[in-house]
Design a protein around this ligand. Structure first.
Ligand SMILES: [Mg+2]
Length: 164
């Protein structure tokens, strides 16, 4: 069965903040890997992002789902070089009553809901929040050795036994 992993974007895979904020509250922001966006934002990938995506790709089809617009989400993922790893991008336009929905994705892809796993730092953004794997949010200024993304695989191994 085709397995799908739905990943939240902000504070799950990356953090983007205005320079005006960072210069005052996170003075060491430039010591974080990242890049400028739209001239006044700094975007930084969460630690271990590349390794996580490479590993996840081997077992899942990847979807990004953000509460921000699809267009902006695509720009962010492109900026950190992982856009091509996703086969579909969902954004604000795809919310149902203001929420992300696993059921909607299942309907769109014509697959059963239980072949979809979602990860979000705010599971409550999903209608099916009790089925979402919660990850701690990550912000510029937090640990550069954060391993939360890689730790997700411990949950996913349990999940994939359910699938097989
Ligand atoms: Mg988030």
């Amino acid at each position: 069965m085709e397995k799908v992993l739905v990943l939240d974007v902000d504070e799950t895979l990356l953090n983007i903040e205005p320079l005006s904020f960072l210069k005052i509250f996170k003075e060491n922001y430039q010591s974080y890997e990242g890049k400028l966006m739209f001239d006044k934002y700094y975007l930084s990938p969460r630690p271990n992002l590349t390794e996580f995506i490479e590993k996840a790709k081997k077992n899942f089809k990847l979807i990004a789902f953000s509460v921000v617009s699809r267009e902006i989400t695509i720009k962010k993922l492109k900026a950190i070089g992982i856009l091509d790893s996703f086969f579909k991008i969902y954004g604000k336009e795809d919310l149902e009553n203001g929420k992300k929905s696993i059921k909607k994705i299942a309907n769109d892809l014509n697959i059963p809901q239980n072949s979809i796993v979602a990860v979000d730092d705010i599971p409550e953004h999903f209608l099916e929040h009790d089925k979402v794997i919660k990850i701690e949010p990550w912000f510029i200024g937090d640990s550069k050795k954060d391993s939360s993304l890689l730790n997700i695989f411990k949950n996913l191994e349990v999940e994939s036994k359910v699938f097989s």
